[in-house]
Design a protein around this ligand. Structure first.
Ligand code: BEZ
Length: 219
């Protein structure tokens, strides 16, 4: 049997610039850096059109359209399928389920985007992208990456939670503790000087465990 060689690029990492590309999508050709201008982009790959887990996931993204718009975020799907397959699948899901997956889905038939973003994990599959989610900020930096295997669907609540967490951490210049959700207290960065330590010890508004672990309300 002929051996299939998959080119695996270095994986983009948190803090890297999102690799730019132009690709054919269900909305026509899109240059990623143009699409990303002034907006967060949540870009997610799925293994294949017309498959059950992927259908549950992409319909979940479509149903959260208003949430993402409210949070200044655009959606973009990617899979190693043709544009014809994407169009037929989007149309089928609209007819059968009444859900319109109307965000652009990249037809990555030459695997260019999948390779650029490290969505191909040959130990899992050499022909299909794994379930990746990239959170890219309006400056074009990759801020958070999630990877799931082919047989486990993603968690939409977690995807929404981390988008809000990233935006809150940026806006309020805080770090956020385990299981943080909107409305919860935030971590106050630990003191970096002795003066800051004195200030921290005297502060009566923070919820303090010790000088290095203090929380404050964001309201
Ligand atoms: C699915 O979406 O159901 C699926 C896709 C590829 C491999 C396994 C499951």
């Amino acid at each position: 049997m002929e051996e299939v060689t998959v080119k695996v690029n270095p994986m983009p990492r948190i803090g890297d610039k999102a690799p730019d590309f132009t690709a054919n999508t269900t909305h026509g050709p899109i240059k990623f850096s143009e699409y990303n201008k002034g907006k967060w982009v949540v870009m997610f790959s799925h293994p294949a059109d017309f498959t059950p887990v992927c259908t549950t996931e992409l319909t979940a993204f479509a149903l959260e359209k208003e949430f993402f718009a409210k949070h200044n975020a655009k959606l973009m799907g990617v899979s190693i399928d043709s544009i014809h397959s994407h169009i037929a699948w989007v149309n089928n899901v609209r007819e059968k389920m009444g859900v319109y997956m109307d965000f652009p889905i990249v037809a990555d038939i030459d695997m260019k985007v999948a390779q650029l973003y490290g969505m191909l994990h040959p130990g899992e599959s050499s022909t299909a992208a794994v379930r990746a989610v990239f959170f890219i900020d309006p400056e074009g930096s990759i801020r958070l990456i999630l990877y799931y295997p082919l047989n486990v669907g993603r968690n939409m609540e977690e995807i929404k939670r981390v988008l809000v967490a990233l935006q809150t951490a940026d806006a309020k210049k805080v770090a956020l503790p385990v299981n943080w959700k909107e409305g919860d207290m935030a971590i106050v960065p630990p003191p970096k000087t002795l003066d800051e330590l004195t200030e921290r010890l005297a502060n009566t508004t923070y919820e303090k465990v010790d000088f290095y672990l203090a929380k404050k309300s964001l309201n």
